[in-house]
Design a protein around this ligand. Structure first.
Ligand SMILES: *Cc1c(COP(=O)(O)O)cnc(C)c1O
Length: 469
């Protein structure tokens, strides 16, 4: 399997080559040359597999330059019962009215980002070792990516993590989770801006090829193809759990920000997994909902990005969205490059000509959830089932409801556990979310973080001084 760029300016490369890069050299994103296909019979043959074995099968379709036995060892190490609180790794719990929760946030940092990052924590050191290389991972996080990356990479040889986070815009628990890591190879940089500005700094530094090469910069943020591939696995797993035989359809509702999670759903659907609807749920930062309703993509500025109670979705420029647009325009890379030129010139582009295809051909529908919706949904799910859900998952439940169809299970991706966002639980229910065992004292541990102004020069100076070479 080879990978090409959404903007057409990259020689086809193997998985191990694109794994360590951020953006492609032409500013585009890596995509598999073709989407691998899975037959109904093959899906059935996977029914009894434990999660790690299913992961090896699915990832093997995307990763053909790493030996299959090696891949099996990696997925076994990545998806261990001890790291995920249960031997199932991903839980499946019915709620009501055809809705179920697919629990993909039971890893070490209590959010779905662990599903992919634990795998990268195995495959990155392997690829680096094979090349005798070093990597300084540079990323921006609105909370959950950063901690998942740091927990996956802490203490690993030949690797350092430089993680930018928006100063003052994460929950106390999220901050404690990241900043309490004392490992020498983990660098927490809190910049005084919003997530999109932090992301722009990362893009600027990764786009400075001389700097990028000199300091061996790489990425693990949601544009990393290895993450998308690893996320495809739980869509297959969710389909297998919710069905009993070939051809049965399932819909997924996905609390969305950077479009990474739901893109993996789109890939699974394109591979032949019988997925009916992909419900894209946004919060008040509803640029993507607007796109799927109107065909116009109009990202907002940092100043127009609301600080909400589902903060991991406070994103107004979805970096993975370009991969879907690439598919939408039938993989016409020239067109994609043109659209992104229009975007920077005009602040928007218009794909309303494709509007009927969004649902008919690709299964996408969308909706927006508000703060009041989140509170009401958390209360409703508690009242009807006794289960406590986090505010992002609540967005997924709220937006999914009108799209439930008779006989088609609707699986809501539980993207985080409530303990991460206890302030919102307190507001909704009048009491805080219980802390998982072992994490009761997290917020009182000493924290290691450097506060920086929100500009490229400051971050560049920090990396110059601290990068491992
Ligand atoms: C990252 C994240 C999201 C958004 O996922 P994308 O892949 O960026 O669309 C939603 N919920 C939680 C809890 C997250 O951490």
């Amino acid at each position: 399997m080879k990978y090409i760029s959404t903007r057409g300016g990259m020689q086809a490369q193997g998985f191990s080559d694109i794994l360590l890069e951020g953006l492609a050299p032409d500013g585009g994103l890596a995509m598999p040359e073709r989407i691998p296909q899975v037959s109904a019979a093959q899906l059935e043959s996977w029914r009894a597999l434990p999660y790690h074995a299913l992961a090896a099968e699915v990832l093997g379709l995307f990763i053909t330059d790493i030996d299959a036995h090696q891949l099996k060892a990696f997925t076994k190490e990545s998806y261990r019962a001890e790291a995920f609180q249960s031997k199932d790794i991903v839980s499946f719990r019915p709620l009501y009215d055809g809705l179920s929760l697919l629990g993909v946030s039971e890893g070490p940092t209590l959010a779905f980002k662990d599903m992919a990052m634990q795998f990268l924590g195995q495959v990155f050191p392997f690829v680096l070792r094979a090349r005798g290389a070093t990597l300084n991972i540079l990323g921006a996080t609105s909370g959950d990516t950063g901690s998942a990356a740091e927990y996956a990479m802490r203490g690993k040889d030949a690797l350092a993590v430089f993680m930018l986070s928006p100063y003052g815009r994460m929950s106390a628990f999220q901050r404690a989770q990241m900043y309490s890591l004392q490992d020498a190879n983990i660098h927490n940089l809190a910049v005084k801006g919003v997530f999109d500005e932090a992301q722009d700094i990362v893009k600027a530094l990764a786009g400075d090829l001389e700097f990028k090469n000199k300091y061996h910069l790489g990425a693990v943020n949601s544009i990393n193809w290895g993450r998308i591939a690893a996320q495809v696995v739980y869509y297959v797993y969710g389909w297998l759990r919710a069905t009993s035989g070939p051809g049965q359809q399932v819909s997924f509702s996905v609390p969305s920000g950077n479009f990474g999670n739901i893109l993996a759903g789109h890939i699974a659907r394109s591979m032949g997994v019988p997925i009916r609807r992909l419900v894209l749920a946004t919060n008040e930062n509803n640029v993507l909902d607007e796109f799927f309703r109107t065909g116009i993509y109009r990202p907002r500025s940092a100043a127009q990005t609301f600080l909400t109670s589902s903060p991991s979705m406070d994103i107004s420029r979805a970096s993975n969205f370009e991969r879907f647009v690439f598919e939408l325009v039938s993989r016409d890379a020239t067109r994609v490059a043109q659209l992104w030129r229009e975007l920077s010139a005009n602040g928007y582009f218009d794909l309303s000509a494709y509007l009927p295809e969004f649902t008919e051909r690709y299964g996408f529908v969308s909706g927006t959830s508000t703060h009041q919706d989140r509170l009401a949904t958390i209360r409703q799910v508690m009242t009807r089932t006794g289960l406590l859900i986090d505010p992002h998952t609540a967005d997924g439940v709220k937006v999914a409801a009108p799209f439930v169809e008779e006989g088609v299970p609707m699986l809501i991706l539980e993207t985080a556990l409530p303990a991460k966002f206890s302030e919102v639980i307190q507001e909704a229910l009048g009491y805080p979310a219980p802390l998982p065992p072992g994490l009761e004292n997290l917020e009182s541990l000493p924290q290691k973080v450097t506060v920086l102004p929100c500009d490229v020069a400051s971050v560049r100076a920090y990396i110059t001084e601290h990068a491992s070479l």
